[in-house]
Write a protein that binds this ligand. Structure first.
Ligand code: SAH
Ligand code: SF4
Ligand code: F3S
Length: 456
């Protein structure tokens, strides 16, 4: 039996694609190995969202070069950088054997055969009408508490800063019956939480509305929590907001990237909403589900962003009081519309960008801390994932609002428990287990081999 190792960068799409690669490779008698050191096949599943992500991939690739020289391991580059750079990757890295895009995962068996004789580039798109979503093998998920289910791929939006439409192609929705069948199969192997994933799930068109899809996933026996990511504010329908009102199993967490708190910047970003419209959606969400956690993504230093624009973003962050925020300095990406307009709009210097990022993150840190502090002394419901990675004497899981909770207790992975919160940091809550609300439906092995993953 041969061994493979996949190094995953980027978002939930890539994490899920890595699992699908593993399934294809299992059919070829490969099994996963936890480090690249003894792998016969090393794949980098790459992300192109920011320059930093690409740099991380380049330095990882350099490390794996040794494996090629010493053991003759096959080296492949997949994911979004592969889709965007194609044969250029082979020019830059002579030790790479094959390059394949996200649509070519199912073709791995023939790619691997060809790669023994020649260097391969396989980055053709599959037409939207012909695209078949890979069916997850539920056995891959046995032993997992929480799992992703793909509901769509690609993105039809035109955000000026973003490479995703270039790396993932047009939007295609997965037929709803397939989504529900996968959710049922996962529930039967013990999965208790499902996250429906896509780059823009609100524009789902797989036969029923996205709100209906969420409601129906929540009704699958054995599923306790349903989450989703990611949503674009301009498609956030009243129907989806209502789903939060009626279905408690839809977890009270909404990741709603705002990107900027200034209308002129949003306009140049081609986001298609104003700050007032965004706030109106949030207000409705909070009215429908008062305990809902709201998180966001923000880009600072987009071309033409003035000090005044940035102050508006600061004001928005303080006004919304997000539960969490991912913020980034703007990174110019090939083929995007913003890169062509940068000179005209005005490039923001690295120094200014970094100073703004620091200010924004400092404010968020304070807010996150205050929000967590407010939970000390209260009880939260936790879906147990297993022993805590940092302290094996403790157990870890997540609250409905997606906060990490480390606690003293003995409930097995897959249980829903009540935890009394006694302390907190900016990133997590700490406490002690009280009552067990429900037990896992299928025993869950806790030492699940994890595929290495990092968010770039
Ligand atoms: N589909 C999601 C976003 C996916 S990318 C959505 O529409 O919300 C995740 C985040 O990366 C984005 O929300 C954005 O904040 C950030 N991002 C994307 N392109 C970027 C760029 N060129 N520079 C900096 N950050 C970027
Ligand atoms: Fe990128 Fe915009 Fe699509 Fe999100 S919605 S993936 S930011 S183009
Ligand atoms: Fe995801 Fe990065 Fe591609 S964020 S879709 S892996 S560019």
């Amino acid at each position: 039996m041969k061994r493979y190792f996949v190094h995953t960068f980027g978002c939930q799409m890539n994490v899920n694609d890595t699992l699908r690669m593993g399934e294809v490779l299992a059919g070829l008698d490969y099994r996963a190995t936890p480090t690249a050191d003894d792998a016969d096949l090393i794949i980098l599943n790459t992300c192109a969202i920011r320059e930093k992500a690409e740099e991380k991939m380049q330095s990882a690739l350099g490390r794996y070069r040794q494996a090629k020289l010493q053991r003759g391991a096959l080296i492949g580059v997949g994911g979004c950088v592969a889709q965007q750079e194609k044969a250029k990757i082979l020019e830059r890295a002579p030790y790479v054997d094959f390059v394949f895009g996200p649509d070519a995962i199912a073709k791995l068996p023939e790619i691997l055969v060809r790669a023994r004789a020649e260097r391969v580039v396989e980055t053709a798109w599959v037409d939207s009408e012909e695209y078949v979503f890979p069916r997850a093998d539920p056995e891959t998920s046995r032993g997992r508490v929480s799992e992703f289910v793909t509901v769509m791929k690609g993105c039809d939006n035109v955000c000026a800063f973003c490479v995703v439409p270039h790396t993932r192609g047009r939007e295609v929705s997965r037929p709803f019956a397939e989504v529900l069948l996968e959710a049922k199969a996962l529930a039967q192997v013990g999965v208790r939480e499902i996250t429906l994933i896509g780059q823009n799930v609100n524009s789902y068109r797989g036969g029923i509305s996205f709100a209906q899809l969420l409601l129906r996933t929540a009704q699958v026996p054995g599923i306790e929590r349903v989450r989703f990511t990611t949503s674009h504010p301009h498609d956030l329908s009243d129907e989806l907001i209502d789903a939060f009102r009626v279905e408690p199993k839809i977890a009270p967490h909404f990741h709603l990237p705002v990107q900027s708190g200034s209308d002129p910047v949003l306009k140049r970003m081609r986001r298609d909403y104003t700050v007032a419209e965004y706030l109106e959606r949030l207000e409705k969400l909070r009215a429908a589900r008062p305990d809902i956690a709201i998180t966001t993504d923000i880009i600072v230093g987009f071309p033409g962003e003035t000090e005044e624009d940035f102050e508006r973003t600061m004001k928005l962050a303080e006004q919304v009081r997000y539960d969490g925020q991912f913020s980034f300095v703007y990174s110019p990406r090939p083929k995007t519309s913003a890169i062509l307009k940068e000179a005209e709009w005005g490039v923001v210097s690295d120094e200014v960008k970094l100073a703004r990022l620091e200010r924004l993150q400092a404010v968020q840190k304070q807010i996150s801390k205050e929000r967590n502090q407010a939970l000390v002394g209260h009880t939260v419901e936790v879906l147990v994932e297993g022993p805590s990675k940092t302290d094996p004497a403790r157990r870890t899981g997540r609250s409905p609002q997606n906060r990490v909770v480390n606690f003293e207790g003995d409930a097995p992975a897959g249980s829903l428990v009540e935890v009394h919160v006694t302390q907190c940091t900016v990133g997590s809550l700490y406490g002690a287990q009280r009552a067990v609300r429900s037990n896992p439906t299928v025993p869950i092995a806790e030492a699940v081999e994890q595929v290495e993953s990092c968010v770039a």
